[in-house]
Design a protein around this ligand. Structure first.
Ligand code: VGL
Ligand code: ZN
Length: 198
């Protein structure tokens, strides 16, 4: 069985949002259409407490897109975004959330970020998604959403490492593309055995 994994199609990643990904809103309609053909639909939602450690505002003298060394490794800093319960953290109003059988929230621990739908950024703490998919007999995953070079890429690479067949529909993603991150993500995904199409 196959599942469509829709990554972080939330207001803050779309036009006018706190961490707007260029063209983010463009993917909503075609993702809705693809849901019709999917065996199962899972949505992820970036979901940070106020004062999250990935926010540049928590690091005096640091600006968004600068790096810090977190206890679990290098961490890019971001504008405050997807704060729990805020309008920015809500799904894009046109996304067909009613089609989703599971919503995975991630990044809810203040001291650690979670780009991937499977593991927090220490690559160790599981979200529970792998167990859910395996229990349902789902082996093939199609990834779409925002942002291509962060949460989509990390999710798809973890999926491949966990033994799922992982495909990214690049036409249904948009990238932040900071400091060459789009090209780096493409290369890393290819090396990890993720299939890129679209
Ligand atoms: C994301 C940066 C910070 C993403 C989430 O969804 O790609 N990027 N939080
Ligand atoms: Zn985030």
């Amino acid at each position: 069985m196959q599942a469509l994994i829709v990554i972080d199609v939330q207001n803050d990643f779309c036009e006018g949002g706190a961490l707007a990904v260029p063209g983010g809103g463009e993917v909503v309609a075609p993702i809705n259409a693809l849901m019709e053909e999917a065996g199962a639909v899972v949505l992820t939602q970036d979901w940070h407490p106020e004062g999250h450690s990935s926010f540049a505002s928590q690091h005096p003298g640091k600006a968004p897109l600068e790096m810090v060394e977190a206890p679990y490794g290098p961490q890019v800093l971001w504008p405050d975004h997807c704060v729990i319960g805020s309008a920015g953290a809500a799904f894009h109003p046109d996304l067909r959330t009613d089609r989703a059988e599971l919503v995975v929230r991630k990044g809810f621990r203040r001291g650690i970020d979670s780009y991937s739908a499977f593991f927090e950024n220490n690559h160790e703490t599981p979200t529970g998604l792998a167990g859910y998919l395996r229990e349902r007999g789902i082996e093939a995953l199609t990834f779409v959403g925002l942002a291509f070079d962060f949460c989509v890429a990390w999710s798809a690479m973890d999926a491949a490492k966990l033994g799922f067949r992982a495909t990214v529909r690049e036409d249904l993603c948009r990238a932040i593309d900071a400091n060459g991150s789009r090209a780096a993500a493409t290369e890393a995904m290819t090396a990890a055995g993720v299939r890129l199409t679209g």
